[in-house]
Design a protein around this ligand. Structure first.
Ligand code: HPA
Length: 266
């Protein structure tokens, strides 16, 4: 694993011109932020040694590195999901490589279903905690009993709230319940998620957050609510709807993340 990480990191170092301070993982339909970098270099996942490749519509599958709001940022435009059939080690490999390149903070985003009935599609939620129902863990095989009490950095959560207040953005805060997917949840699963304290359901983020904590990287997690979770409105869910909502609500997501990046202390 270490050899592969170094090989991928060396390859990226030979392409990108910066030593990144902040890593960003852009979830389904949220890749637009990567178009706003200055002097950016783009590298396709498939060209990086040992990188997994994304197969999902709306996921670009490239690394974008450059300057954004005065910071040196490396972004994954598209991520690899557990439901694509790869192991947790494989899907979190890009994060290991970003850590090797020196990132100290990670902003991880996703599209999620709203479980909390106070949410509406288009809302952005700061993840304050998670429940892992993916049935796996990226640290399996190299047991590390890491503490996850503050897996989602309180300091970065306060910064995100402060930026949202400045932008008059009604930013919510909630618990993310991760399922493996790729099928969406059943109404009964959504009801259970609510009963056990969940606010959002999704199929990503948790593996990366666990590994980031293991690697000593401070994490901010943001979910865009793209639909109400199954059974809440009675409407059927579709991947098209998820992507459509991210397109509509993308601008406020980008303004929020840009300003957070400007204000993060690195
Ligand atoms: N469930 C799981 N993942 C999702 C959803 C959902 O309702 N919406 C977007 N990603």
């Amino acid at each position: 694993m270490r050899d592969k990480t170094l090989k991928a990191a060396d390859y990226l170092k030979s392409k990108i011109k910066i030593s990144p301070e902040i890593g960003v993982i852009l979830g389904s339909g949220l890749g637009g932020l990567a178009d706003e970098f200055d002097e950016e270099v783009r590298v396709k996942f498939k060209d990086i040694p040992h990188f997994p490749e994304s197969s999902v519509k709306g996921h670009k599958g490239e690394i974008v590195a450059g300057n954004l709001c005065g910071k040196k940022v490396i972004a994954m435009a598209g991520r690899i999901h557990f439901y694509e059939g790869l192991s947790m080690a494989e899907i979190t490999f890009p994060l290991r490589v970003m850590a090797e390149l020196g990132i100290e903070k990670l902003i991880v985003s996703n599209a999620g279903g709203g479980v909390n009935e106070n949410y509406v599609p288009g809302d952005i939620v700061i993840i304050k905690d998670h429940i892992n129902f993916m049935g796996d863990n990226p640290l399996k095989g190299a047991p590390d009993f890491i503490d996850l009490t503050t897996a989602y950095s309180p300091a970065l959560r306060s910064l995100a709230s402060a930026v949202a207040r400045e932008q008059d953005l009604d930013l919510k805060s909630g618990v993310y319940v991760a399922n493996s997917g790729p099928s969406y949840e059943t109404p009964a699963e959504v009801k259970m998620a609510r009963i056990i304290g969940g606010d959002i359901v999704g199929m990503s983020t948790v593996p990366e957050v666990i590994l980031a904590n293991r690697l000593g990287i401070e994490v901010l997690g943001l979910s865009m609510i793209t639909n109400m979770a199954a059974g809440i409105t009675g409407e059927k869910l579709s991947h098209e709807e998820v992507i459509e909502t991210t397109v509509i609500a993308q601008e406020k997501f980008k303004s929020l993340v840009r300003e957070i990046i400007r204000k993060i202390k690195v």
